[in-house]
Design a protein around this ligand. Structure first.
Ligand SMILES: [Zn+2]
Length: 174
């Protein structure tokens, strides 16, 4: 799916719409994740390095349009069953965007309607459409209620493949 092109609203404070995408890009653009994990299919730890793939971490909005922030994730091959899988990476299962971005969506969705979350993120220079916000809220329904507040400046990478929302430490409660 290709996101619709968007521009930054004029009301958005310069510091947010420029600074946040820059920080995200500096921290995550091309960041390698190469930690091994057991085969998710058969549990075997007899695995071999396979290759490295780029995974979309998030879309930021610059003055000239969208910019993709991608991390580099090592893939492994199970010697037992042949399954090829991603090593540890900063994503939750079933989420296209990185875990800190998902956390941010959930925190905002706890006290805002989805379309409002979309426009708040737009003001932060981050592109996540309301359907995606809604999807994350449904996936992590309990988590979204537990963490009201806006933890923008406390975003941290979670180098794990958490199967459910369990990152209380990433959030600062307001
Ligand atoms: Zn296997």
């Amino acid at each position: 799916m290709v996101p619709k092109r968007k521009v930054l609203p004029r009301s958005s404070p310069e510091i947010l719409k420029k600074f946040i995408p820059q920080v995200i890009e500096m921290k995550y653009q091309g960041m390698p994740y190469d930690e091994m994990m057991p085969c998710p299919d058969c549990g075997s730890e007899d695995i071999a390095r396979h290759d490295t793939v780029e995974r979309l971490f998030c879309m930021t909005i610059a003055e000239d349009g969208f910019r993709q922030v991608r991390v580099r994730v090592k893939r492994f091959r199970c010697k037992g069953c042949g399954h090829i899988f991603d090593g540890k990476k900063p994503f939750y299962d079933g989420c296209a965007y990185g875990a800190p971005i998902v956390d941010l969506c959930l925190a905002l969705a706890a006290s805002n309607p989805y379309h409002r979350v979309e426009s708040i993120l737009l003001n932060y220079g981050i592109q996540v459409d309301r359907d995606t916000v809604r999807l994350y809220s449904i996936l992590f329904r309990e988590g979204a209620k537990e963490y009201p507040g806006i933890p923008v400046m406390t975003m941290r990478a979670s180098a794990s493949t958490c199967s459910r929302y369990s990152s209380a430490s990433m959030m600062s409660k307001s």
